[in-house]
Design a protein around this ligand. Structure first.
Ligand code: PGA
Ligand code: ZN
Length: 427
């Protein structure tokens, strides 16, 4: 059972303060986790508690740390970490606000994840194995989505679309995914540099582009795949996170780069045109988080050809997934533990999606750290997909590298690529 809870301020990949929690057990075992932080946040996700004011640009987390020490810790001391659900329910009982704004989603998620780590340590198992055993899942090495260019809120709106990514479903192992990704990533950088289109590195490690249109990004990505010696749409496919809520809502979307205002129908048509023209296998948040009708229309028209992931649209909320299944909006969910605020709520969302035959993509945030919990979560749950950002910077590479280590233990035959996945969104 839990003997002590320690919390401290540490710093994330953007240089912002964040919350770290240590759970120390009577046995001396320990679990530690750090809260990540989003930039393009959904309006229905758990709220990070920040101090506000002038100090550290208002980003300090002393109130969240204080809540852990004063409110959460006293309620959890003596609890058995093997019962994650019971511990998470205690945390939930301490905050009756709608979006965890009392305790702070950053306080709850770091605590909940640290409990999960402590339970694995107590069971003397690697975290992925503990997760698989505890939740009755078959572990597997996931297929990653890896960003090549950043955009949207991660590159000061330099392109409207947030993530231009690749997936390598044709690879036979996670190593092979890394090798192909490295080739595409550097090919893209060389093409951009030679054309004067390279500004630097964006928030998630992808290239920060100087493109003149959103489609120029897509053209360049296709060229980079070819330059890497691959046939686009063969071993390598494209995945996009439109993050549409960042540039509009119901019937009023504004693509700054293309200087174009459009309604929902025009946005859906534009993305449909891209699906016809480019080898796109997956699209996240194609329309705004409120635009249910447009999400239904997009899913009706393209749901049998591409994976349609709800991120801001579903905010890792099981009820919203259930509603979207009924609405026939999306066919896949992004799972971000800090959007929900606890491990148990995130797993519930994952299970709801799985029951509906949906895909599930375990995902990092744009603000990350050395914490590699999500690699274990994706593998332990057998979620089959993982989104971590790009192929640069240790906050990203640490997660990919952890997958390589676990693949060594589990075997490359548990990698989900190289064969059709359960869903039909690529041939
Ligand atoms: P965020 O973006 O972490 O900045 O919210 C990630 C995503 O939209 O997938
Ligand atoms: Zn997203």
């Amino acid at each position: 059972s839990i003997k002590t809870i320690k919390s401290r301020r540490v710093w994330d990949s953007r240089g912002n303060p964040t919350v770290e929690v240590d759970i120390i057990l009577d046995s001396g075992e320990m679990g530690r986790a750090i809260a990540p932080a989003g930039a393009s946040r959904g309006m229905r996700e758990a709220i990070d508690l920040r101090d506000g004011g002038d100090h550290l640009r208002g980003m300090d987390v002393s109130k969240a740390l204080d809540n852990i020490n004063r409110i959460i810790a006293p309620a959890l001391i003596g609890q058995n970490v093997e019962d994650q659900e019971a511990v998470d329910n205690i945390i939930l009982s301490l905050d009756d606000s709608k979006l965890k704004s009392t305790l702070g989603g950053n306080a709850t998620v770091a605590t909940s994840l640290a409990v999960l780590h402590a339970a694995a340590a107590a069971a003397k198992k690697p975290l992925w194995r503990h997760i698989a055993d505890h939740y009755g899942c078959t572990p597997s090495i996931p297929l990653p989505e890896i960003q090549i260019f950043g955009g949207g809120a991660h590159a000061s709106g330099r392109v409207d679309i947030q993530d231009f990514m690749i997936m390598v479903p044709g690879a036979d192992s996670f190593d092979e995914v890394m090798e192909v990704t490295s080739a595409v990533y550097f090919a893209a950088g060389e093409i951009m540099e030679s054309r004067g289109k390279l500004a630097g590195i964006a928030d998630e490690g992808g290239w920060w582009p100087l493109f003149d249109s959103n489609e120029e990004a897509l053209e360049t990505l296709v060229q980079a795949i070819e330059k890497a010696g691959e046939k686009p749409g063969d071993r390598v496919v494209i995945s996009l996170d439109i993050a549409a809520s960042e540039f509009g809502t119901n019937d009023n979307y504004r693509l700054a780069l293309d200087e174009h205002q459009m309604n929902s129908e025009e946005l859906v048509d534009m993305l449909g045109g891209w699906i016809d023209k480019y080898p796109i296998a997956s699209i996240e948040d194609p329309v705004g988080e409120d635009d249910t009708e447009a999400m239904q229309e997009f899913t009706r028209r393209f749901g049998d050809r591409v994976q349609i992931i709800g991120d801001d649209y579903l905010v890792t909320n099981a009820d919203l997934v259930e509603q979207a299944v009924k609405d026939k909006a999306c066919n896949s969910v992004l799972v971000k533990v800090n959007q929900a605020g606890t491990v148990s709520e995130s797993i519930q969302t994952f299970r709801t999606a799985q029951k509906a035959g949906w895909g599930a993509v375990v995902s990092a945030r744009s603000g990350e750290t050395e914490d590699i919990t999500i690699s274990h979560l994706a593998i332990g749950l057998g979620s089959e997909q993982l989104k971590v950002g790009s192929f640069n910077r240790s906050d990203r590479m640490a997660k990919w590298n952890e997958c390589l280590r676990i693949q060594d233990e589990l075997g490359a035959d548990t990698f989900v690529g190289g064969r059709p996945m359960q869903s039909t969104w690529w041939g």
